[in-house]
Design a protein around this ligand. Structure first.
Ligand code: FES
Length: 136
């Protein structure tokens, strides 16, 4: 059901864990299945210097979590905010249709963590977290 890239990110997930003293924390739950994802990140000179995830969820959720950390690491915050759940699924070479909702967590958790970072800096920004591009 899953392609090789998804399997690789599931069996060898990148950037697993939790950053100590993070600059931003994002935690989101998937309303469809109840799975959860937590992102911690470090920001330096407006770039994501380091990022780690913990995901309590299915294989597709873990693979998308892993992929999104690879995609946004090193990006500016503005660039990272542009990464959508769809990009993550595409970067993985696609997910089975019934598993597309699993990719909803990844980009949302990153956005939530960036939002948290801005809030900690006292910067007022309007970041949408938790909107669903797959029409559920
Ligand atoms: Fe919950 Fe995949 S079944 S994220």
């Amino acid at each position: 059901m899953y392609n090789d890239k998804v399997m690789d990110h599931f069996f060898n997930p990148r950037n697993v864990g939790e950053i100590e003293n993070p600059d931003g924390v994002g935690q989101v739950g998937n309303p469809i299945c109840g799975d959860m994802m937590r992102i911690t990140l470090k920001v330096k000179d407006n770039r994501i210097e380091d990022i780690k995830f913990r995901t309590f969820g299915c294989g597709a959720a873990i693979a998308t979590s892993s992929m999104v950390t690879e995609l946004v690491k090193g990006l500016t915050l503005e660039e990272a905010l542009e990464v959508s759940n769809k990009h993550v699924a595409e970067a993985l070479g696609g997910l089975p249709p019934q598993k597309l909702h699993c990719s909803n967590l990844a980009a949302d958790a990153v956005r939530a963590a960036i939002k948290d970072y801005y809030e900690r800096q006292g910067i007022d920004v309007d970041i949408e977290v938790g909107h669903d591009e797959h029409g559920h």
